[in-house]
Design a protein around this ligand. Structure first.
Ligand code: FAD
Ligand code: UDP
Length: 382
């Protein structure tokens, strides 16, 4: 039995390792010149700073199994993501917390006062928010929404927030205390030597071979018992039913002396600032010391054919097209669609790893019982 894995991101690496551990031969194909997919980190030659090449990546999870898994392959350093936002000439704390509320409204509210105050501002008439704007107005009111979310979201998604689903905002907490941790998860950290080293260790197994700079095409699957494909689902079918919409990112790199931002991530909520945020990479490794600093200004735009797909747009039009591809995939033999691109979803690293472990477990069980390996490992991919 021989397996092909398309993509050397976390999805491909984890599935490959689990199968290799069971004694199966695995060939990984990766079209880029490096492993680790979008989680790739590398040292900047000029400054020595560890750079998150495809955007800032902080590991956070509630899943104990996934946390233990990742800790087998790295020294995870304690890290709390504290994001700031610049709006109209002032710097505020994110996610929206008591500090943000007091600073923005020029008040000294206690947690209980702030709850009452925001309840008065929020639109209680909205029962079931139908879009991003309604969700924001229901929970924080118009003023905070206009300041911190309207402009940023317009730049990030290239469309009015009334056209976006409420679920995008649901990812962010609102707090009535001074906790400015961007995430709510129990476990959070940054790997001491970056993500590339983790993926390198995961795929370092005698049964795994890796072919970089090699684009896998559909008919190559015939050479394998089964293929796990973590590339874009539409690209597997040569985009024959259309191209699924993504947002892509452009990173404009600058090198400066000393400290540029004073923090790892600063968001820019004003519409007239063309970038959405600046990342200063050395603050992701506070245990290191560097005289110079690397920053990325991040610009978001529609993803064209030669760009790297980052955020699936997943609106009505895209979901209709996705359904056509899912129908086509379900008729396909010898392949499973996995990962963020194979299932056209935004998923964090912990979810990616959890799903990959699950896919491998199901596969091993199917082989043992001579069942067909599923095309998708999710209850509902639509
Ligand atoms: P990918 O990493 O995209 O890997 C897929 C690989 O397949 C790619 O390397 C691609 O080149 C390759 N490929 C595709 N088609 C082919 C083909 N035909 N032949 C060969 N190779 C092919 N998650 C967090 O947990 N924390 C964060 O802070 C965080 N920040 C993020 C910031 C940004 C800007 C973005 C966009 C995502 C962020 N994520 C974060 C999510 C994280 O990047 C994903 O969870 C993760 O990359 C998914 O891994 P994957 O292996 O499914 O996909
Ligand atoms: N968002 C915003 N202002 C901010 C941060 C986030 O309007 O300062 C919105 C934006 O639409 C974004 C969404 O909230 O897509 C989710 O934020 P998150 O930080 O999870 O974005 P991601 O990590 O996906 O870039």
């Amino acid at each position: 039995m021989k397996f092909a894995i398309v993509g050397a991101g976390f999805t491909g690496a984890v599935i490959a390792r689990e199968l290799a551990e069971k004694g199966y031969q695995v060939d990984i194909f990766e079209s880029r010149k490096h492993i680790a997919g979008n989680c790739y980190t590398e040292r900047c030659k000029e400054t020595g700073v560890l750079v998150h090449k495809y955007g800032p990546h902080i590991f956070h999870t509630d899943d104990v199994e996934v946390w233990e898994y990742i800790n087998k392959y790295c020294n995870m350093m304690p890290y709390i993501n504290r994001v700031k936002s610049t709006y109209d000439g002032c710097v505020y704390s994110l996610p929206i917390n008591l500090h943000t509320i007091n600073q923005f409204f020029g008040k000294t509210l206690s947690p209980n006062d702030a709850k009452e105050f925001i309840a008065l501002l929020s639109e209680s008439s909205i029962q079931e928010p139908q879009n991003f704007e309604e969700q924001a107005n229901k929970f924080i009111g118009k003023d905070l929404y206009k300041a911190f979310f309207y402009g940023y979201t317009l730049k990030q998604w290239g469309m009015d927030p009334t056209n976006l689903p409420a679920s995008i905002l649901k990812r962010l907490p609102v707090r009535f205390n001074y906790n400015d941790n961007y995430f709510n998860h129990k476990f959070q950290g940054i790997p001491e030597s970056g993500y590339t080293e983790i993926v390198a260790k995961i795929i370092d197994h005698e049964n795994i071979s890796v072919k970089l700079d090699t684009f896998f095409v559909r008919n190559q699957k015939d050479e394998y018992t089964h293929t796990f494909y973590s590339g874009p689902i539409d690209s597997w079918f040569n985009n024959e039913h259309g191209v699924l919409g993504y947002r892509t990112l452009d990173f404009e790199q600058e090198i400066h002396d000393g400290d540029f931002l004073g923090c790892a991530v600063m968001n820019y909520a004003d519409i007239d600032v063309p970038y959405t945020r600046i990342t200063e990479h050395k603050h992701f490794s506070p245990w290191e010391s560097h005289n110079k600093t690397v920053i990325f200004k991040e610009y978001s735009r529609y993803c064209e054919s030669d760009d790297i797909p980052y955020y699936p747009i997943r609106l009505v039009k895209e979901k209709e097209m996705l359904n056509i591809y899912i129908d086509a995939a379900e008729k396909e033999q010898g392949v499973s669609f996995v990962g963020r691109l194979g299932t056209y979803r935004y998923i964090d690293m912990d979810v990616t790893i959890g799903e990959a472990l699950n896919a491998a477990k199901i596969t091993i069980n199917c082989i043992k019982n001579e069942f067909k390996i599923p095309v998708f490992f999710l209850d509902n991919v639509r």
